[in-house]
Structure formats: structure tokens, C-alpha cells
Design a binder for this molecule. Structure first.
Ligand SMILES: *Cc1c(COP(=O)(O)O)cnc(C)c1O
Length: 373
């Protein structure tokens, strides 16, 4: 990369918090301080005892309220993040064949995971170019529909709706959508995410909201006697979650920060509040880009534009890596586009922890930098 020009942003253009990464994302400093204050009473204590299990119980109860889960739905958790859940799903949710909507790096990775599984048939892949999205196609030959609520690599959001007239379960990668984009639980059977995105916690954990239909699928697949590695066994995860614990040792800080984030969002007004806040931040960015001489929203159709991860293309003579570097020198972090997408692009998280006022400042900061390049 060429040398970065030295550009100092005026203080009034510097956001109060400069973290705009799409994951790991901004963790509330208040929560970090509260974690510190627990001192010797929480960190470093057994995850099989009441102190930690009460945090897991609060997470499970809190998410049930936050997502207004109907009776019979369960909150299941395990170690390893969304990436581990893909492997777990390949072993424990897909009976024979899955359909994958592939429209970016993350949805492609899940499809690739399944593609190599010797106990499954080749998945059906329905692809769309980056910046757009495909629709599921009802197919009696598949038993899992693998959807993605928000393609973090491109900033495209997709509606979560059951394909009509078919039996398959709906399994949703909601990692960067959960907690920022509205969803109707009647439309999914497993809605899974890692907590380092909209839930402003740490990585290394997966959470899955499972419908009764999803739970019966877990039980049915386990009953076939298929070999399933213990770490990836969803039955084991379900049994442990029901006891407010995980199969193996979780990150206690991750759990604590997740619980604090859920509590905060519930206090503010729950999912409705979170959705509105992300929408406010993202609207500021999309409006700015649409009126800019040198920037434009990457996603063409307004209804596909993510409210939680915003992607903005820059014209060729405004190099995004220079803009990103100058912002970074000024304490404004992680506005780079997804590397493998390979575009001249900025990408900005608009998760509920991000203050819309800071997004407003960011747009003015970018203008300030570009005027001086
Ligand atoms: C971040 C992300 C993942 C991967 O999450 P890990 O916690 O790193 O495993 C998967 N899917 C989507 C949509 C993501 O945004």
C-alpha cells in the first residue's frame, strides 16, 4: 500500500467511539467495566456451578423474551461460534440433502462445508452475484433450507420466510442480523449466531434458537446412529443447554458480556428498539452515499440493503484503503470492505451498540478526508 497522507481530523468529526468493525464489533465499555468489577466472584469460577450457570440461564431467558419465542422454542448454545455450528448442522440437522442460498463468503462457506460431507448428498446451491440475493425454491428433495439473514461480506439482507408447501426445516445463519433485523420466529427452525456482532460480546460461542420442529430434527438425526463427533453433537448441546451449561468450557467473559448486552437491549425496548436504531444508523450512511459525488451504496436494490452492515463503493480515484488508513490514524477503526470481495469499498457496522451520532460524524469525517486527498 502507498504511504498514507497525514490528515488530522478536527475534534468535532471524531466519533465518541471509533469502533465500526462488523465483527468483532463494538463492545460496550460499561459492560467491560462491570465485568472488571466482578473481581474474584465470577471470572475463574466453575462453569458447572451456580454463578456461571445463572448467567447462562439469564441469557436463555433473555433471548426468549428478546425474540418473543413461542412456547416450545429453546435456546441452545455451544462453543465454537457460527463456523462450528455449520459443522454441527452438517452432522446433526441435515438428514440427506440441503439447499443453500449462496450470495457471499459466509453463505458459500456453509455450502462448502456440506459439499464435502461423505454422509450427505451434494447440496443444492442457488447462487446470486455479490450485492444481490437469491430466493429459496421449494424442493421436495431437500430436508434443510439454509438461509442467511445478513451476508456480512456484501451487506445484503434477505427475508426469512418458509418456502411454501414443503417439509424441510429452515436453518438460518443470523450471525450479523440477529439482534439488529426483525425476524418472525414462526419462519425458522434454527436461527443461529455468534455473539460478537449485534450482541456486542466476544467470539467463540454459538447460540441457536430452535423450534420444536428443529429440536425433533436434532433428535431424529441423532437416533439414526450416524457417527457424530461429540463436540459437534447438537443432542449433547441441547442436553447441556437445558441444564444452563455448555458441553465444554465456554469463555466466561463472552457469556457475561452477552448477558449484559441482552439486558441492556431489553431495557431499551427489546428487538423493536434495536431494529430502529440500526435502521437509523444505516439510513444516515445510505442517504449520505446516495448524495455523494464519490460514494454510492454497493447494494442496488434498496430492499436488499442491510440495516446492520453497510457497504459503500467509492469511485476509482478515491482509494478505499487510503481512506480507511487515514481514518484508522485518527482512531476510526475497521471500516475496510470484506477482503475477498475485492472492491474499492468501505464497510461499516450499524449494530445497536453503534451510536447514530457517531455514524453521522463518520460520514463527515470521510468527506473531510476525501476533500484533502
Ligand atoms: C461472522 C460470521 C460468521 C462466522 O462467525 P464465527 O463466530 O467467526 O464463526 C458466519 N456467518 C456470518 C453471516 C457472519 O457474519
Amino acid at each position: 500500500m502507498p504511504d498514507l497522507p497525514t490528515i488530522h481530523l478536527p475534534a468535532e468529526l471524531i466519533p465518541a467511539d471509533g469502533r465500526f468493525g462488523s465483527g468483532p464489533s463494538k463492545v460496550r465499555t460499561e459492560s467491560l467495566l462491570e465485568l472488571g468489577v466482578t473481581g474474584s466472584s465470577y471470572m475463574g469460577t466453575s462453569h458447572r456451578k451456580e454463578r456461571v450457570r445463572s448467567v447462562v440461564a439469564a441469557i436463555r431467558e433473555g433471548l426468549r423474551a428478546f425474540f418473543s419465542l413461542p412456547d416450545g422454542y429453546e435456546v441452545v448454545l455451544g462453543v465454537g461460534g457460527a463456523t462450528a455450528f455449520w459443522d454441527a448442522a452438517a452432522f446433526g440437522l441435515i438428514e440427506r440433502r440441503s439447499q443453500h442460498l449462496v450470495f457471499g463468503e459466509f453463505s458459500a462457506k456453509f455450502a462448502a462445508t456440506v459439499d464435502g460431507a461423505p454422509h450427505l448428498e451434494k447440496p443444492e446451491r442457488i447462487e446470486a452475484a455479490p450485492g444481490t440475493r437469491p430466493d429459496p425454491v421449494p424442493n421436495p428433495d431437500v430436508d434443510v433450507y439454509a438461509l442467511t439473514h445478513n451476508e456480512t461480506s456484501t451487506g445484503v439482507t434477505a427475508p426469512i420466510a418458509r418456502p411454501r408447501g414443503v417439509e424441510g426445516i429452515v436453518v438460518v445463519d443470523a450471525t450479523s442480523g440477529a439482534g439488529a433485523i426483525a425476524v418472525d420466529p414462526s419462519q425458522f427452525d434454527a436461527y443461529y449466531f455468534s455473539p460478537q456482532k449485534a450482541f456486542g460480546s466476544e467470539g467463540g460461542l454459538w447460540v441457536a434458537l430452535c423450534s420444536p420442529f428443529g429440536i425433533s430434527r436434532i433428535e431424529r438425526v441423532a437416533a439414526t446412529g450416524r457417527w457424530i463427533p461429540r463436540f459437534l453433537d447438537l443432542r449433547t448441546a441441547l442436553d447441556n443447554s437445558r441444564k444452563d451449561q455448555t458441553y465444554n468450557t465456554p469463555g466466561l467473559a463472552t457469556l457475561y458480556l452477552l448477558r449484559k448486552q441482552i439486558d441492556m437491549m431489553l431495557d431499551q425496548g427489546g428487538l423493536d428498539w434495536a431494529v430502529k436504531r440500526s435502521l437509523r444508523s444505516s439510513s444516515i450512511l445510505y442517504d449520505w452515499a446516495e448524495h455523494s459525488e464519490y460514494a454510492s451504496p454497493f447494494v442496488a436494490r434498496p430492499e436488499d440493503r442491510s440495516p446492520s452492515v453497510v457497504t459503500v463503493d467509492l469511485v476509482d480515484d478515491v482509494p478505499a484503503d487510503i481512506v480507511e488508513g487515514v481514518l484508522r490514524d485518527n482512531g476510526i477503526l475497521d471500516t475496510f470492505g470484506y477482503r475477498k470481495l475485492g472492491r474499492n469499498q468501505l464497510r461499516v457496522a450499524c449494530f445497536p451498540n453503534i451510536d447514530p451520532t457517531d455514524i453521522e460524524k463518520l460520514t463527515r469525517a470521510v468527506d473531510f478526508v476525501v476533500e484533502r486527498l
